[in-house]
Write a protein that binds this ligand. Structure first.
Ligand SMILES: Cc1cc2nc3c(=O)[nH]c(=O)nc-3n(C[C@H](O)[C@H](O)[C@H](O)COP(=O)(O)O)c2cc1C
Length: 338
Protein backbone atom coordinates (compact mmCIF):
# COMPACT_ATOMS: atom_id res chain seq x y z
CA UNK A 1 0.00 0.00 0.00
CA UNK A 2 1.39 3.46 -0.82
CA UNK A 3 2.42 5.68 2.07
CA UNK A 4 0.02 8.57 2.48
CA UNK A 5 1.46 11.98 3.22
CA UNK A 6 -0.39 14.76 5.02
CA UNK A 7 -1.10 18.07 3.39
CA UNK A 8 -0.94 20.34 6.43
CA UNK A 9 0.91 19.33 9.60
CA UNK A 10 0.17 21.31 12.75
CA UNK A 11 2.19 21.21 15.94
CA UNK A 12 -0.30 20.57 18.75
CA UNK A 13 -0.56 22.40 22.05
CA UNK A 14 0.92 20.61 25.07
CA UNK A 15 0.70 22.54 28.30
CA UNK A 16 3.98 22.39 30.22
CA UNK A 17 5.81 20.71 27.32
CA UNK A 18 5.33 22.42 23.98
CA UNK A 19 5.99 26.01 24.98
CA UNK A 20 7.70 28.80 23.06
CA UNK A 21 11.29 27.48 23.37
CA UNK A 22 10.18 24.02 22.23
CA UNK A 23 8.11 25.46 19.38
CA UNK A 24 11.11 27.48 18.29
CA UNK A 25 13.34 24.39 18.10
CA UNK A 26 10.81 22.09 16.42
CA UNK A 27 9.54 24.54 13.83
CA UNK A 28 13.14 25.41 12.89
CA UNK A 29 13.63 21.77 11.89
CA UNK A 30 10.68 22.21 9.57
CA UNK A 31 7.59 20.50 8.23
CA UNK A 32 4.97 22.40 10.22
CA UNK A 33 2.32 24.63 8.67
CA UNK A 34 1.24 26.08 12.00
CA UNK A 35 1.65 25.60 15.75
CA UNK A 36 -1.09 25.95 18.36
CA UNK A 37 -0.03 27.38 21.73
CA UNK A 38 -1.02 25.88 25.10
CA UNK A 39 -4.49 26.84 26.26
CA UNK A 40 -5.39 30.12 27.91
CA UNK A 41 -8.15 29.37 30.42
CA UNK A 42 -10.96 31.89 30.05
CA UNK A 43 -13.36 32.58 32.91
CA UNK A 44 -15.46 35.75 32.80
CA UNK A 45 -12.83 38.43 32.43
CA UNK A 46 -11.05 39.99 29.51
CA UNK A 47 -7.41 39.21 29.94
CA UNK A 48 -4.65 41.78 29.80
CA UNK A 49 -2.17 41.50 26.99
CA UNK A 50 0.51 39.96 29.19
CA UNK A 51 -1.61 36.81 29.67
CA UNK A 52 -1.50 36.18 25.93
CA UNK A 53 2.14 37.15 25.44
CA UNK A 54 3.22 34.93 28.34
CA UNK A 55 1.73 31.90 26.57
CA UNK A 56 2.81 33.03 23.13
CA UNK A 57 5.85 35.33 23.21
CA UNK A 58 5.74 34.79 19.45
CA UNK A 59 3.22 37.67 19.47
CA UNK A 60 6.29 39.92 19.74
CA UNK A 61 7.43 38.42 16.45
CA UNK A 62 4.22 38.95 14.46
CA UNK A 63 2.60 35.75 15.79
CA UNK A 64 5.34 33.55 14.31
CA UNK A 65 8.27 31.50 15.57
CA UNK A 66 11.75 32.65 14.54
CA UNK A 67 11.51 30.12 11.71
CA UNK A 68 8.38 31.89 10.44
CA UNK A 69 5.77 29.30 11.48
CA UNK A 70 2.50 30.94 12.61
CA UNK A 71 1.55 30.31 16.25
CA UNK A 72 -2.15 30.40 17.04
CA UNK A 73 -3.47 31.03 20.55
CA UNK A 74 -5.89 28.52 22.02
CA UNK A 75 -8.73 29.35 24.43
CA UNK A 76 -10.45 27.00 26.85
CA UNK A 77 -13.60 28.06 28.67
CA UNK A 78 -17.37 27.81 28.81
CA UNK A 79 -18.67 31.39 28.70
CA UNK A 80 -19.45 32.18 25.03
CA UNK A 81 -19.25 35.95 25.46
CA UNK A 82 -15.98 35.89 27.40
CA UNK A 83 -14.52 33.42 24.91
CA UNK A 84 -15.52 35.67 22.03
CA UNK A 85 -14.13 38.87 23.55
CA UNK A 86 -10.84 37.23 24.48
CA UNK A 87 -10.61 35.61 21.06
CA UNK A 88 -11.03 38.98 19.38
CA UNK A 89 -8.38 40.45 21.64
CA UNK A 90 -5.93 37.61 20.95
CA UNK A 91 -6.35 38.11 17.22
CA UNK A 92 -5.96 41.87 17.60
CA UNK A 93 -2.67 41.21 19.42
CA UNK A 94 -1.43 39.28 16.41
CA UNK A 95 -2.53 35.68 16.89
CA UNK A 96 -3.11 34.23 13.41
CA UNK A 97 -6.66 33.09 14.11
CA UNK A 98 -7.88 31.39 17.27
CA UNK A 99 -8.18 27.77 18.38
CA UNK A 100 -10.86 26.49 20.78
CA UNK A 101 -10.23 23.58 23.14
CA UNK A 102 -12.98 20.99 23.68
CA UNK A 103 -10.60 18.13 24.34
CA UNK A 104 -8.81 18.65 27.65
CA UNK A 105 -9.53 15.66 29.96
CA UNK A 106 -8.03 17.12 33.17
CA UNK A 107 -10.51 16.70 36.07
CA UNK A 108 -9.74 20.16 37.44
CA UNK A 109 -10.63 21.72 34.09
CA UNK A 110 -13.64 19.47 33.48
CA UNK A 111 -15.09 20.19 36.94
CA UNK A 112 -15.61 23.80 35.83
CA UNK A 113 -17.16 22.68 32.55
CA UNK A 114 -14.02 23.34 30.55
CA UNK A 115 -12.34 21.33 27.79
CA UNK A 116 -13.77 17.86 27.13
CA UNK A 117 -16.56 18.30 29.73
CA UNK A 118 -18.41 20.41 27.17
CA UNK A 119 -18.67 17.40 24.86
CA UNK A 120 -21.67 16.43 27.00
CA UNK A 121 -23.32 19.73 25.99
CA UNK A 122 -23.21 20.04 22.18
CA UNK A 123 -25.58 23.06 22.25
CA UNK A 124 -23.14 24.90 24.40
CA UNK A 125 -20.20 24.06 22.18
CA UNK A 126 -22.19 25.37 19.24
CA UNK A 127 -22.94 28.62 21.07
CA UNK A 128 -19.27 29.16 21.91
CA UNK A 129 -18.06 28.51 18.36
CA UNK A 130 -20.78 30.76 16.92
CA UNK A 131 -20.04 33.58 19.37
CA UNK A 132 -16.32 33.42 18.65
CA UNK A 133 -16.83 33.19 14.87
CA UNK A 134 -19.13 36.23 14.92
CA UNK A 135 -16.71 38.34 16.92
CA UNK A 136 -13.39 37.42 15.28
CA UNK A 137 -12.77 39.20 11.95
CA UNK A 138 -13.83 36.99 9.07
CA UNK A 139 -10.33 36.89 7.54
CA UNK A 140 -9.01 35.22 10.72
CA UNK A 141 -9.63 31.46 11.01
CA UNK A 142 -11.38 29.88 13.97
CA UNK A 143 -10.18 26.32 14.48
CA UNK A 144 -11.54 23.81 16.96
CA UNK A 145 -9.98 20.86 18.72
CA UNK A 146 -12.18 18.13 20.20
CA UNK A 147 -12.25 14.51 21.27
CA UNK A 148 -14.74 12.00 19.89
CA UNK A 149 -16.99 12.30 22.93
CA UNK A 150 -17.00 12.39 26.71
CA UNK A 151 -17.88 8.74 27.41
CA UNK A 152 -19.40 7.67 24.12
CA UNK A 153 -17.16 8.09 21.07
CA UNK A 154 -20.11 8.08 18.68
CA UNK A 155 -21.22 11.47 20.10
CA UNK A 156 -18.50 13.15 18.04
CA UNK A 157 -20.49 12.91 14.83
CA UNK A 158 -23.23 15.29 15.97
CA UNK A 159 -20.79 17.59 17.78
CA UNK A 160 -18.52 17.93 14.75
CA UNK A 161 -21.46 18.81 12.49
CA UNK A 162 -22.60 21.48 14.93
CA UNK A 163 -19.08 22.90 15.06
CA UNK A 164 -19.05 23.19 11.28
CA UNK A 165 -22.55 24.72 11.23
CA UNK A 166 -21.44 27.28 13.80
CA UNK A 167 -18.77 28.50 11.38
CA UNK A 168 -15.52 26.83 12.38
CA UNK A 169 -12.90 26.94 9.63
CA UNK A 170 -11.23 23.65 10.55
CA UNK A 171 -11.49 20.88 13.11
CA UNK A 172 -8.87 18.68 14.76
CA UNK A 173 -10.13 15.44 16.25
CA UNK A 174 -8.22 13.57 18.92
CA UNK A 175 -9.59 10.14 18.12
CA UNK A 176 -10.45 9.11 21.66
CA UNK A 177 -13.14 9.91 24.21
CA UNK A 178 -12.46 11.88 27.35
CA UNK A 179 -12.79 8.64 29.32
CA UNK A 180 -10.20 7.01 27.07
CA UNK A 181 -7.77 9.66 28.38
CA UNK A 182 -4.48 8.74 26.67
CA UNK A 183 -4.93 4.97 26.59
CA UNK A 184 -3.94 3.50 23.21
CA UNK A 185 -5.17 2.92 20.63
CA UNK A 186 -6.46 6.07 19.01
CA UNK A 187 -9.61 5.19 17.09
CA UNK A 188 -8.70 6.79 13.74
CA UNK A 189 -11.28 4.80 11.82
CA UNK A 190 -14.07 6.31 13.95
CA UNK A 191 -13.29 9.70 12.44
CA UNK A 192 -14.07 8.48 8.91
CA UNK A 193 -17.84 8.92 9.32
CA UNK A 194 -17.29 12.50 10.48
CA UNK A 195 -14.92 13.15 7.58
CA UNK A 196 -17.62 12.11 5.13
CA UNK A 197 -20.18 14.44 6.74
CA UNK A 198 -18.04 17.59 6.91
CA UNK A 199 -16.72 20.01 4.30
CA UNK A 200 -14.15 21.90 6.40
CA UNK A 201 -10.53 20.68 6.67
CA UNK A 202 -10.16 17.93 9.26
CA UNK A 203 -6.99 17.12 11.20
CA UNK A 204 -6.51 13.65 12.63
CA UNK A 205 -4.78 13.54 16.02
CA UNK A 206 -3.62 10.87 18.43
CA UNK A 207 -0.90 8.19 18.56
CA UNK A 208 1.06 9.29 15.52
CA UNK A 209 4.68 8.49 16.37
CA UNK A 210 6.10 7.42 12.98
CA UNK A 211 5.56 8.06 9.25
CA UNK A 212 3.81 4.66 9.11
CA UNK A 213 1.39 5.72 11.89
CA UNK A 214 0.70 8.94 9.99
CA UNK A 215 -0.08 7.08 6.80
CA UNK A 216 -2.37 4.65 8.67
CA UNK A 217 -4.12 7.49 10.51
CA UNK A 218 -4.76 9.34 7.25
CA UNK A 219 -6.01 6.22 5.49
CA UNK A 220 -8.29 5.04 8.30
CA UNK A 221 -9.76 8.46 9.09
CA UNK A 222 -9.93 9.79 5.55
CA UNK A 223 -8.37 13.06 6.80
CA UNK A 224 -5.83 15.02 4.77
CA UNK A 225 -4.18 16.83 7.63
CA UNK A 226 -2.40 15.85 10.84
CA UNK A 227 -1.95 17.38 14.27
CA UNK A 228 1.16 16.06 16.07
CA UNK A 229 1.71 16.26 19.82
CA UNK A 230 3.81 13.70 21.74
CA UNK A 231 5.26 12.20 18.57
CA UNK A 232 6.71 15.60 17.68
CA UNK A 233 8.48 15.79 21.03
CA UNK A 234 9.77 12.20 20.89
CA UNK A 235 11.06 12.53 17.32
CA UNK A 236 11.99 16.17 16.69
CA UNK A 237 12.21 15.70 12.91
CA UNK A 238 8.96 13.73 12.60
CA UNK A 239 7.11 16.38 10.58
CA UNK A 240 9.91 16.52 7.99
CA UNK A 241 9.90 12.70 7.73
CA UNK A 242 6.13 12.70 7.16
CA UNK A 243 6.78 14.83 4.09
CA UNK A 244 9.86 13.14 2.66
CA UNK A 245 11.61 9.83 3.13
CA UNK A 246 14.85 10.28 4.98
CA UNK A 247 16.66 8.69 7.93
CA UNK A 248 15.83 9.79 11.43
CA UNK A 249 17.84 12.67 12.86
CA UNK A 250 21.04 11.27 14.45
CA UNK A 251 21.42 11.45 18.22
CA UNK A 252 24.32 13.93 17.85
CA UNK A 253 21.89 16.45 16.35
CA UNK A 254 19.35 15.79 19.06
CA UNK A 255 22.03 16.60 21.64
CA UNK A 256 22.62 19.94 19.91
CA UNK A 257 18.89 20.60 20.25
CA UNK A 258 19.02 19.73 23.93
CA UNK A 259 21.82 22.20 24.47
CA UNK A 260 19.85 24.92 22.64
CA UNK A 261 16.81 24.03 24.70
CA UNK A 262 18.79 24.42 27.91
CA UNK A 263 19.99 27.83 26.91
CA UNK A 264 16.55 29.01 25.75
CA UNK A 265 14.85 27.70 28.87
CA UNK A 266 17.38 29.11 31.29
CA UNK A 267 16.98 32.50 29.72
CA UNK A 268 13.19 32.49 29.81
CA UNK A 269 11.92 30.21 32.53
CA UNK A 270 14.34 30.10 35.47
CA UNK A 271 17.18 27.83 36.27
CA UNK A 272 15.66 25.03 38.31
CA UNK A 273 12.87 24.60 35.81
CA UNK A 274 15.38 24.27 32.98
CA UNK A 275 16.76 21.04 34.43
CA UNK A 276 13.31 19.51 34.98
CA UNK A 277 12.28 20.41 31.45
CA UNK A 278 15.44 18.88 30.04
CA UNK A 279 14.64 15.66 31.92
CA UNK A 280 11.06 15.79 30.71
CA UNK A 281 12.21 16.02 27.10
CA UNK A 282 14.70 13.16 27.59
CA UNK A 283 11.79 11.10 28.88
CA UNK A 284 9.93 11.65 25.61
CA UNK A 285 13.09 11.11 23.53
CA UNK A 286 13.65 7.72 25.19
CA UNK A 287 10.96 6.33 22.96
CA UNK A 288 13.10 6.94 19.87
CA UNK A 289 16.68 7.14 21.18
CA UNK A 290 18.23 4.68 23.65
CA UNK A 291 20.96 7.29 24.29
CA UNK A 292 18.30 9.53 25.87
CA UNK A 293 17.74 6.95 28.59
CA UNK A 294 21.44 6.98 29.53
CA UNK A 295 21.61 10.77 29.59
CA UNK A 296 18.45 10.91 31.68
CA UNK A 297 20.03 8.61 34.28
CA UNK A 298 23.16 10.77 34.33
CA UNK A 299 21.29 13.97 35.19
CA UNK A 300 18.34 12.48 37.07
CA UNK A 301 19.40 13.71 40.52
CA UNK A 302 20.72 17.08 39.38
CA UNK A 303 18.48 20.10 39.81
CA UNK A 304 20.63 23.21 40.07
CA UNK A 305 22.28 24.94 37.17
CA UNK A 306 26.03 24.83 38.00
CA UNK A 307 25.89 21.11 38.74
CA UNK A 308 23.70 20.44 35.71
CA UNK A 309 26.14 22.24 33.44
CA UNK A 310 29.18 20.44 34.87
CA UNK A 311 27.45 17.04 34.64
CA UNK A 312 26.43 17.65 31.04
CA UNK A 313 29.88 18.96 30.12
CA UNK A 314 31.61 15.87 31.49
CA UNK A 315 29.07 13.49 29.92
CA UNK A 316 29.12 15.17 26.50
CA UNK A 317 32.25 17.36 26.37
CA UNK A 318 32.04 18.11 22.63
CA UNK A 319 28.77 20.07 23.08
CA UNK A 320 28.67 23.76 24.03
CA UNK A 321 26.43 23.52 27.10
CA UNK A 322 25.72 27.04 28.20
CA UNK A 323 23.16 29.46 29.48
CA UNK A 324 22.58 31.96 26.73
CA UNK A 325 20.31 34.86 25.83
CA UNK A 326 17.11 34.25 23.90
CA UNK A 327 15.25 36.49 21.47
CA UNK A 328 12.31 36.16 23.86
CA UNK A 329 14.07 37.31 27.05
CA UNK A 330 12.38 40.09 28.99
CA UNK A 331 15.16 42.54 28.13
CA UNK A 332 14.52 42.31 24.41
CA UNK A 333 10.74 42.71 24.66
CA UNK A 334 8.84 45.95 24.30
CA UNK A 335 7.15 47.15 27.50
CA UNK A 336 3.80 45.49 28.22
CA UNK A 337 0.62 47.48 27.66
CA UNK A 338 -2.88 46.14 27.98
C1 LIG B 1 1.24 17.06 28.63
C2 LIG B 1 0.13 17.35 27.64
C3 LIG B 1 -0.40 18.64 27.58
C4 LIG B 1 -1.44 18.93 26.68
N1 LIG B 1 -1.92 20.21 26.61
C5 LIG B 1 -2.91 20.50 25.70
C6 LIG B 1 -3.43 21.83 25.55
O1 LIG B 1 -2.98 22.78 26.20
N2 LIG B 1 -4.43 22.02 24.64
C7 LIG B 1 -4.93 21.00 23.89
O2 LIG B 1 -5.84 21.22 23.08
N3 LIG B 1 -4.44 19.75 24.00
C8 LIG B 1 -3.45 19.48 24.87
N4 LIG B 1 -2.95 18.21 24.94
C9 LIG B 1 -3.45 17.16 24.01
C10 LIG B 1 -2.55 17.05 22.78
O3 LIG B 1 -2.58 18.25 22.02
C11 LIG B 1 -3.01 15.90 21.86
O4 LIG B 1 -4.35 16.09 21.52
C12 LIG B 1 -2.87 14.53 22.53
O5 LIG B 1 -1.62 14.43 23.21
C13 LIG B 1 -3.00 13.38 21.54
O6 LIG B 1 -2.06 13.52 20.50
P1 LIG B 1 -0.67 12.66 20.48
O7 LIG B 1 -1.04 11.22 20.60
O8 LIG B 1 -0.04 13.05 19.16
O9 LIG B 1 0.11 13.09 21.67
C14 LIG B 1 -1.94 17.91 25.83
C15 LIG B 1 -1.38 16.63 25.91
C16 LIG B 1 -0.36 16.33 26.79
C17 LIG B 1 0.21 14.93 26.82
Amino acid sequence: MPTLKPDQIWLAPMEGVLDAPMRELLTAIGGYTLAVAEFVRVTDQVYPRRVFTRISPELFNGGKTQAGTPVRLQLLGQNPRAMAINAEKAVRLGSPGIDLNFGCPAPIVNRHLGGAALLEYPDHIEQIVRAVRERVPSDQPVSVKMRLGFRDRSAGYDIARRIEDAGADSLAIHARSRDDKYTPPAHWHEVARIRRALRIPLFINGEVWTPQDASDALRESGCQHILLARGAVSAPDLAVRLREERPQMPWAEVVELLSRMLSLLSATRGKKLASSRLKQWLNYLKREYCEAEALFSTIRRVTLEPELLSTLRSALPHVAWQIGPSPHTAESRPPEQD
